[in-house]
Design a binder for this molecule. Structure first.
Ligand code: FES
Length: 130
């Protein structure tokens, strides 16, 4: 779903992000930055038996990236890593009630960070540089 401006829900998640902050002793962490705009997101996952038991994020970037990353944490909590990995930026945008076309790419940064964290989990490492 696409529109011209931010929905109320997007503005709410941008202003009051849920699950924001660093996690102590995460199972896996994924960090990505978008070279075009310089925005970045880090996802912290606590995984037990393949299930996401806790998730937090930190985003330094635009309102759409903050809102998308935040709502993604709620979407993947309690899911298996396989289910979470398959989520798309369209699913995240839909959950926010749509994003302006020009901001669709901003919803990808959280997804990419989450997938990187899951990749690290599968490799048995916490972070890329471990
Ligand atoms: Fe960079 Fe939105 S403008 S993520």
């Amino acid at each position: 779903m696409a529109g011209m401006q931010f929905t109320e829900k997007t503005l709410d998640y941008a202003k009051n992000p849920r699950n924001q902050g660093e996690m102590e002793q995460p199972t896996a962490v994924g960090e990505v930055s978008n070279p075009d705009c310089g925005d970045s997101t880090t996802m912290y996952l606590k995984v037990e038996d393949g299930i996401i038991k806790d998730v937090t994020f930190e985003t330094f970037g635009c309102a759409a990236a903050v809102a998308s990353s935040s709502i993604l944490t709620e979407m993947i909590l309690g899911k298996t890593v396989e289910e979470a990995y398959k989520l798309t930026e369209e699913a995240v945008a839909d959950e926010l009630g749509g994003l302006p076309d020009k901001k669709m790419h901003c919803s990808l940064i959280g997804i990419d960070a989450m997938r990187k964290a899951i990749d690290n989990y599968r490799k048995g490492i916490v972070r890329d540089d471990d």
